[in-house]
Design a protein around this ligand. Structure first.
Ligand SMILES: NC(=O)C1=CN([C@@H]2O[C@H](COP(=O)(O)OP(=O)(O)OC[C@H]3O[C@@H](n4cnc5c(N)ncnc54)[C@H](O)[C@@H]3O)[C@@H](O)[C@H]2O)C=CC1
Ligand SMILES: O=C(O)CCC(=O)C(=O)O
Length: 447
């Protein structure tokens, strides 16, 4: 009966959101976990909480016209999906990437609801972005694009309404341009309207590092729960953007050896451990492709194009690039290569087949909703600091982050146990995040 109900909700999501395959995948993953909750809490089904959670509160789609350096006009599409505000103002990043369409923004926004619930902080779920491709664009073109994007977005956001941040293609530079335009249009220095800001204009210590550091802390907890640690472990991290770089940094500090990382052109293998200074120079300063790391290194480092980084044997894998980057076959290769733990720094980087392979093999699987929640949690801390006109030290902020990740880890395990799925972090994260939102929605009446 329960399964029939969930199947019928899923069928309705498919019908109402045709072609949005990433959104369908994200919904299915959550629905598959929450059956046991409905058994214990019939009030959720009676009030149609799940049907309501699957329907965004508001979806905004807008035109973003801008001019390139040659004076040619371009038109992109902007999105903001304000998914659920039961726990607090909508909160979630903006992604600028040519693949962005409504289905991607909705999958990200949907995941964000439960992730934000899991942090225990007062933030609802939302996400946005544009199909704008920042690759190869000049600084001034990126500034003009951000200004045009905010010229529409500003009317939908606010400290108490909706608080964007970064994601793929949106880092501190873009957040600066977006905040600058918001301030100019509204004539308000409303610091907490966006997070991920630079330290000189309301940003918070550790926000830049938070997603990667948090993911490393989460995996550290999973390893400890199995009686081991990062010490001496071979680790593979995909990507080389914000999340990947700070994952590598913290894993190295915790004693692991990150032997490979990647971008969309290929991966580098550096058996002695990725040289972080060189990686930051190549990726963050000069914005070069991954082969530049191998060319500059001078040591025994190889660059491999057109192959999956997951073919490399390792004990810990931390996908930190994009969705669906670990297929069922990749997962089988990782298990064969001796992988014992996965920490998802990216959002939904493992396909459903991949998750099944990991779980059947007894690999500790830390889902993105839990493992990468340190980024948004530290954004909520940035909002706290903005509200109190305060700024905390790096050490204090990092300690808060570590406590939050430890707490999320503990709650995932406890909830999974409580619902008869011991060690299943994915089920624990989905159920705990869902219950927090569902309980708030019940209390707030028919919203
Ligand atoms: N920035 C944040 O605070 C948070 C980000 N995330 C997720 O982490 C992931 C990475 O985001 P950021 O590091 O912020 O973005 P970013 O734009 O800084 O970096 C993205 C990285 O992924 C690589 N990449 C993209 N497509 C790839 C492919 N097909 N194969 C290999 N590499 C590929 C890019 O080359 C780049 O290195 C995304 O899934 C994002 O949603 C999750 C939580 C918070
Ligand atoms: O810091 C934020 O508000 C957004 C983080 C984010 O987009 C994510 O958790 O995927």
């Amino acid at each position: 009966m329960l399964h029939e109900k969930l199947d019928s909700i899923y069928d309705s999501v498919l019908r109402r959101n045709p072609g949005e395959i990433e959104f369908h995948q994200a919904v299915r993953e959550v629905l598959e976990s929450i059956g046991p909750v409905l058994g214990k809490h019939p009030e959720y089904a009676e009030s149609k909480i799940i049907e309501r959670i699957c329907e965004p509160e508001r979806q905004i789609i807008f035109r973003v016209p801008w001019e390139d350096d040659q004076g040619e006009v371009h038109i992109n599409r902007g999105f903001r999906v304000e998914f659920n505000s039961a726990l607090g103002p909508y909160k979630g990043g903006l992604r600028f990437h040519p693949s962005v369409y409504l289905g991607i923004v909705k999958f990200l926004g949907f995941e964000q609801i439960f992730k934000n619930g899991l942090t225990g902080l007062p933030i609802g779920g939302g996400k946005g972005g544009s199909d704008f491709d920042p690759k190869g664009r000049s600084q001034r073109e990126i500034m003009r694009f951000c200004q045009s994007f905010m010229t529409e977005l500003y009317r939908h956001i606010g400290e108490y309404t909706d608080v964007p941040a970064g994601d793929i293609g949106v880092g501190q530079r873009e957040v600066g341009y977006l905040f600058g335009q918001y301030k100019r249009i509204t004539n308000r220095y409303e610091s907490a309207v966006i997070t991920g800001k630079g330290l000189s204009y309301g940003g918070a210590q550790v926000r830049t590092e938070a997603t990667g550091y948090g993911c490393a802390f989460f995996v550290d907890e999973m390893l400890k729960a199995r009686g081991t640690s990062f010490d001496g472990k071979r680790v593979v991290v995909s990507g080389s953007g914000n999340v990947a770089v700070y994952t590598i940094e913290k894993v190295q500090q915790l004693g692991g050896t990150v032997i490979a990382c990647s971008d969309s052109s290929g991966y580098v293998v550096d058996e002695k451990g990725i040289n972080l200074d060189l990686l930051k120079q190549v990726k963050q300063v000069e914005h070069l492709r991954m082969d530049a790391y191998a060319k500059r290194h001078g040591g025994n480092v190889s660059f491999v194009a057109g192959r999956s980084i997951w073919e490399l044997p390792c004990e810990v894998a931390m996908p930190s690039a994009t969705q669906n980057e670990i297929t069922g076959k990749d997962a089988e290769a990782l298990v064969r290569g001796g992988c014992i733990a996965i920490g998802e720094g990216a959002n939904m980087p493992t396909t459903p087949e991949g998750i099944r392979v990991f779980q059947e093999a007894g690999v500790a699987f830390g889902p993105g909703k839990a493992a990468n929640a340190g980024g948004v949690a530290t954004s909520a801390l940035e909002m706290q600091q903005n509200a109190s006109r305060d700024s905390w030290t790096f050490e204090f902020s990092e300690r808060r982050l570590q406590e939050i990740m430890k707490d999320i880890h503990g709650r995932c395990l406890k909830t999974a146990d409580e619902y008869g799925m011991p060690g299943n972090y994915a089920a624990g994260a989905n159920i705990d995040g869902f219950k927090r939102v569902a309980d708030a929605m019940l209390s707030l009446g028919l919203i």
